[in-house]
Ligand binder design. Structure first.
Ligand SMILES: [Zn+2]
Length: 384
């Protein structure tokens, strides 16, 4: 799959980029607007602390949820509410497709602003950049490539970053097969270290345009609601040198945050997001593959290359998010976030040895035991 190949390629060079996708929706017609850089990116007004979406905690969890799920939600909600009033918003710059109506443009900016505001209040203290975040939301591969390169050149990003963007198939490679990306509106990626004087972080998002053409745009955004805050969490992971630690933590943690903060911004009910997007979806994938249960979570302890060709590779996000929920609910957010820190700088050790050592230090148990406990949790929460 394109996202996977892209991640592989990009993680092996200095341009640290991470790709993501959320659940699939049907493909729409893909127009090819070619926005000119002259008119974009345009600075948006900073996301305002509007009354309708700030400082609203998700509704109480249903009584059917396991204690760990409730504890995780409560821990994150408490953190969010505590930081809500005082956390400064990131300044955002947008580059959007040309030809959007005023309503479509406002919607897209609100989507990102709300999502990133909610996520910033949950964990924005972990990001170290004070520079604005640039948001590239595109509906054609050609404009993603040409505008991104032009933007990076204009903003004096590091040459190795620009070369990486030009070279790899997620952005500019000739004959890249983008059909899979267009059918998957939640595809996002992040340039973690643009090394430009003005921007360190760029969040990239490919959509198929359905969400912008819909009469009920927030409903149409449903498959993609988690992408902005999901990508922001990858920036936080990059900050603590843990980006590629394990799939269940790297992508699952981002998916957990993406679903939860979408609920905090009021886009979706968290009950619906969790119970449908994580639990029901996982069971559907298990059934679709003719299996009787999920893979052992230890199988998701490598990075993307370890998922190639595996039957469970469509469940990385949903199972990883439930695993993250278990760890946050059992050990708290701080332990969850810090256990894999320093992973990238410690790769002289075998990956497993480092994570096992950190697991014992942080959780008081071996990585094997942590994985076994997660497996038991998955068996408990998946009704299949
Ligand atoms: Zn991701």
């Amino acid at each position: 799959m394109i996202a996977r190949t892209a991640i592989l390629a990009l993680l092996s060079v200095t341009v640290a980029v991470t790709g993501c996708n959320s659940s699939q929706i049907s493909a729409g017609s893909s127009s090819s607007p070619s926005a000119s850089l002259a008119s974009s990116p345009s600075p948006s007004s900073s996301p305002s602390a509007s009354a309708e979406n700030s400082c609203n905690a998700p509704k109480s969890p249903p009584s059917t949820w396991p204690a760990e799920a409730v504890a995780a939600l409560e821990a994150m909600t408490e953190r969010y509410m505590k930081r809500c009033a005082t956390t400064a918003d990131f300044e955002l710059y947008f580059s959007l497709p040309e030809g959007l109506t005023t309503t479509q443009e406002a919607l897209t900016k609100k989507w990102y602003s709300d999502a990133l505001t909610a996520a910033t209040r949950v964990f924005g203290d972990l990001l170290q950049s004070t520079k604005p975040i640039a948001v590239f939301y595109k509906t054609s591969a050609a404009s993603m490539c040409t505008e991104l390169v032009a933007f990076l050149e204009q903003e004096s990003a590091a040459p190795d970053v620009i070369d990486g963007v030009k070279r790899y198939e997620w952005s500019c490679k000739p004959n890249a097969d983008w059909t899979g990306v267009y059918s998957r509106a939640g595809y996002g990626a992040t340039i973690l270290e643009a090394k430009s004087p003005k921007y360190d972080y760029l969040i990239l998002n490919m959509g198929n345009g359905d969400e912008l053409r819909s009469k009920d745009p927030y409903a149409a955004l449903n498959p993609t609601f988690q992408t902005p805050s999901h990508e922001l969490f990858h920036l936080a992971q990059f900050t603590n040198q843990s980006q590629a630690a394990t799939l269940w933590w790297g992508e699952g943690g981002a998916a957990y945050i993406g679903h939860l903060t979408a609920a905090m911004q009021g886009m979706v009910s968290y009950k619906e997001a969790r119970d449908q997007g994580l639990v029901t979806y996982s069971c559907e994938e298990i059934a679709r593959n003719g299996k009787s249960g999920p893979p052992r979570i230890a199988e998701l302890s490598g990075w993307w290359e370890s998922a190639d060709g595996k039957w469970w590779n469509g469940m990385v996000y949903s199972l990883g998010a439930l695993a993250s929920e278990y760890v946050i609910g059992t050990y708290g957010w701080d332990a969850f976030y810090t256990w894999a820190s320093g992973y990238q700088t410690q790769r002289g050790l075998s990956d497993y040895a480092y994570l096992d050592q950190r697991s014992q230090q942080t959780f008081g148990i071996s990585l094997d035991d942590l994985h076994k406990n997660i497996d038991k949790y998955l068996e408990r929460v998946l009704p299949c």
